[in-house]
Design a protein around this ligand. Structure first.
Ligand SMILES: Nc1ncnc2c1ncn2[C@@H]1O[C@H](COP(=O)(O)OP(=O)(O)OP(=O)(O)O)[C@@H](O)[C@H]1O
Ligand SMILES: [Zn+2]
Ligand SMILES: [Zn+2]
Length: 870
């Protein structure tokens, strides 16, 4: 029998990042498991924690081990394999274990201690003491009665208490009486009832007249509905029906109805169907003819949607080959990873669907990961259409309650398929057979906040735990995955490459034209539309076909500038320009949320020539309206899609051909499949190429390939225009030819030359502090310390030597975002290759530095395999 639980508590700090021992109270024995969520006393607080181990005994002094205070769920929210995964994440990404555990559960279960107050227990002998004191009940009036009612006593200390209580102001006495009556009152509720009396409550607590206890409370309640059912049947029912008087006609009606329905129905439905009141139903229940029950329900965001059932398509030869290979591994129940490189529209999704079907047939479960912006209704429909209510959707746009309910369907084994963005990789299935990651190259699979994990690595790790298969699918695989598949050098991650080069529809990839915008300018065209693209849009309008216009958001900013003096509005706390928001007419900082009204005159020189450079898409929209009067434009960008469901509404409108043009940022590039779209225009295809990011060319190539893939996917042939000021750039040329392999060859050469992934791995360390001089000194120290430690381990050496193992440390230099939220930022970059545990080296060095400093103002953030270098 286990008597000790090892618990990781919810404090995200290095000092508490280890399991603490707690005693398992006898009544919880048998219920506490690895993965259980518990409330435990920690110092003076009660904290939520997770059980990560069970022991028969502890090395600690038994007297010092506190008991677990509460067990928060019957079914532990985490399974042992997820707990183990959290340990792995903590090592791999240098984060705390609690951070890794927290990211696995829905926010609804991020319980916080709620503070409750009560009146201390009656002292034994209180009644005698009160009687012995000979004070008549009415003797000293109200004060004393009140005192009794709150449970005081008359002797010694208790007598002093009495005096204290009697002397209390009326509000305090009223509070005591209220709490005494209620028993246990949440402090927040007391605050609402006595909004002015915060100080009084504090005084009562410090005098010991009120005591405080803490319990963990979830952020979310389960949803229940009242249901009604007949409680009688057969002859008893006949007798009951006969017994109603004329006045009870309505009750009789209800019972007749319930008997007819035969199963519990929601009370609300009952009331509205029969037009009766809740009182009627209640009376019926009181007579024992009906039962009213609260039944738990799942909030289903797709409840009122009907999905057209679909059947598996007959696979093309190419699809079959791919499917057979994957299915082979699935049937063998061994872990294997496949990289499915299939051109846009080659039918990758159909392969996923049929593989999932096999997985379900094995009585195993499947996770499908898609980038957040691809999680469109169209996508959901394809999966719900095939698998119906076997599917749970984990969507960030769901409400907290909906998300929690979808998650519970997974945890309780009520569904076999979970679809969602990045964090769905933690879907708590216990018999996982398959993880599909669509658009595996997407950077959104990397979480930018702590824990800074990459869902691809987590997926592979989880699949290995379960002997499950991973499919990484993309038309433009990341260089990391492609390189790993080709070289097969890494035994941790060496996916098998599978390829699909054709579209099942037989339609060919669209013809792509590159337009040299420098030529346009030379010819006097200052518009953002080249003449060929202008003509192409006009043609589509004429033919009543649709167009998609794409603007790369990266590299486009929307700022405020004075044309007289060059003043640019900057965030006071971050060294970056503020963004203009048309809707609210204010300026906002994208990093810290600072907002201020947009100025009408320049704060610097007073000039009125202050101009707002609205979002790129707003400008394009304005120009379209000028060039093509009456054109119907559906704009999709951050400004038009903030509202819940707006993204879906816009796409639906476009599908119903309520727009001639779908204009947008990255959002229009992904996964959309509209038969009537025959033109795609990339307005400034190269806008991101000059960003200080070694992946700039890769991202540009991927995006252009994706957008180009939106045209001509069905009967109508498609055409694509790519406008660029750098038309000779290899990422643009290869994208225009749909030539992934040539792009990869050229890009890998560059990466090898510059010493970037996939030829090495990176760790980005950002140090931040409010004071620049202090930060500079600390950053220098950190880099020196890190180099010293690397030399000690014998791993320090330049990567240029192309040896199998090497580690190099760059920096410190000011971060590309040199100041954020009032903090200056410096960074170091570790580049390494081979079997070096560089993460541990960095983590130790950072911990050592923070420990030695006692200057809590320094923050060190560690980003392993960073995607954003800014
Ligand atoms: N075997 C098949 N027979 C007929 N049609 C098919 C078949 N497989 C897929 N399709 C159809 O081809 C179209 C493209 O398929 P799908 O969307 O699965 O491609 P994809 O590779 O996932 O595309 P993308 O990467 O561009 O999102 C869809 O309309 C799909 O219904
Ligand atoms: Zn800011
Ligand atoms: Zn000015």
């Amino acid at each position: 029998m286990y008597t000790i639980a090892k618990v990781i508590v919810d404090v995200p700090s290095r000092d508490t990042d280890r399991p603490f021992d707690y005693r398992i109270p006898p009544d919880m024995a048998g219920w506490i498991e690895i993965g259980s969520r518990v409330g435990v006393p920690f110092g003076r607080r009660t904290l939520q924690g997770f059980v990560v181990g069970l022991e028969k005994q502890s090395d600690m002094d038994p007297a010092r081990i506190k008991p677990i205070q509460e067990l928060l769920d019957h079914l532990p929210p985490l399974s042992p394999d997820l707990v183990e995964l959290a340990g792995w994440m903590s090592r791999k990404y240098a984060c705390t274990t609690i951070a890794a555990l927290q990211v696995m559960i829905p926010s609804a279960l991020k319980g916080k201690a709620e503070r409750y107050v009560s009146v201390p227990d009656l002292q034994p002998g209180y009644a005698e003491a009160a009687a012995g004191a000979g004070v008549p009940a009415s003797g000293t009036g109200n004060a004393e009665n009140l005192f009794r009612s709150v449970g005081g006593s008359m002797e010694g200390e208790q007598g002093a208490l009495f005096a204290l209580t009697a002397a209390l102001p009326p509000e305090a006495r009223s509070i005591l009486a209220f709490v005494r009556n209620a028993g246990l009152v949440p402090l927040s509720q007391l605050g609402k009832r006595y909004p002015e009396e915060g100080e009084t409550v504090k005084a009562l607590l410090s005098q010991g007249l009120l005591t405080e206890t803490q319990q963990i409370k979830d952020q979310m309640r389960r949803k229940t509905v009242k249901t009604v059912a007949a409680a009688v049947s057969g002859e008893a029912a006949e007798a009951a029906l006969a017994s109603f008087t004329a006045q009870a006609r309505r009750q009789k009606e209800v019972l007749e109805f319930l008997l007819e329905v035969g199963i519990p129905i929601s009370q609300q439905e009952l009331l509205s169907t029969l037009g009766v009141t809740a009182g009627t139903v209640k009376k019926l229940a009181e007579k024992g003819y009906a039962v009213i029950e609260d039944v738990e329900v799942y909030r289903d965001p797709y409840a009122d949607r009907r999905f057209k059932a679909t059947v598996p398509l007959e696979l093309t030869d190419e699809q079959s080959d791919v499917f057979d290979k994957i299915n082979g591994a699935l049937q063998a129940r061994v872990h294997d990873t496949f990289l499915l490189h299939g051109v846009t529209g080659s039918g990758k999704t159909e392969v996923y669907l049929q593989t999932i079907e096999r997985c379900i047939a094995q009585d195993r479960q499947a996770i499908v990961l898609v980038p957040e912006i691809s999680l469109t209704p169209q996508m959901v429909e394809r999966f719900k259409g095939r698998f119906g209510n076997k599917v749970a959707i984990l969507h960030s746009r769901l409400s907290g309650g909906e998300r929690y309910d979808e998650w519970r369907k997974i945890r309780e084994g009520k569904v076999q398929v979970a679809i969602g963005a990045r964090s769905a990789v933690f879907a708590p299935f216990e018999r996982l057979g398959l993880i599909v990651m669509d658009e595996e190259h997407e950077t959104s699979y990397k979480q930018e906040e702590t824990p800074k994990y990459h869902a691809r690595d987590v997926a592979v790790r989880r699949a290995r735990q379960h002997g499950a298969v991973v499919i990484l699918g993309s038309a433009t695989p990341s260089l990391e995955s492609y390189h790993a598949a080709r070289s097969q050098s890494d035994d941790e991650f060496a996916p098998m490459l599978l390829e699909m080069r054709n579209r099942p529809s037989g339609s060919s990839l669209p013809k792509v034209h590159i337009v040299d915008m420098r030529e346009e300018l030379k010819e006097g065209n200052r518009s953002m539309f080249s003449r060929p693209l202008h003509q192409a849009i006009a043609d589509r309008l004429e033919r009543k076909e649709q167009s998609v216009l794409f603007l790369n958001r990266r590299g486009f900013s929307t700022f405020v500038m004075c044309r007289s003096c060059g003043y640019v509005a900057n965030c006071p706390d971050c060294d970056i320009s503020l963004t203009y928001h048309e809707k609210s007419n204010n300026l906002r900082c994208h990093y810290c949320g600072h907002a201020e009204p947009a100025p009408s005159i320049c704060p610097e020189c007073g000039s009125e020539h202050i101009r707002y450079f609205g979002t790129g898409t707003q400008r394009v929209e304005g120009e379209l309206a000028k060039l093509f009067p009456g054109i119907r434009v559906i704009r999709m960008d951050v400004d038009t899609t903030t509202e819940k469901g707006s993204h879906e509404r816009l796409l639906q409108a476009f599908r119903e051909q309520k727009g001639d043009v779908l204009l947008g940022t990255q959002m229009v590039a992904k996964g959309l499949d509209f038969p009537n779209v025959t033109l795609v225009g990339a307005i400034a295809a190269d806008s991101a190429l000059n960003l200080p990011d070694f992946r700039a060319a890769e991202k540009t190539f991927q995006l252009l390939t994706q957008v180009a893939g939106r045209a001509g996917r069905h009967q109508l042939p498609g055409e694509v225009f790519i406008q660029s000021y750098m038309p000779e750039h290899y990422s643009i040329i290869h994208a225009s030819r749909h030539d992934y392999l040539s792009f990869v060859r050229e890009e890998l050469q560059h990466r090898r030359g510059l010493g970037y992934p996939p030829y090495c791995r990176l760790i980005l360390i950002t140090l931040s502090h409010e004071h620049m001089p202090v930060l500079v000194r600390m950053a220098e120290n950190f880099a020196a310390e890190l180099r010293g430690n690397a030399v000690k381990k014998g791993v320090f050496g330049s990567l240029d030597r192309l040896s199998a193992e090497a580690l190099d440390i760059l920096g410190p230099i000011a971060s590309p975002m040199p100041r954020l939220k009032k903090r200056y930022r410096f960074q170091c970059m570790v580049k390494y290759r081979g079997d070096i545990d560089a993460v541990e080296l960095v983590r130790r060095t950072a911990a050592g530095m923070l420990d030695g400093l006692k200057d809590s103002l320094l923050q060190i953030s560690i980003d392993v395999d960073p995607q954003m270098l800014m």
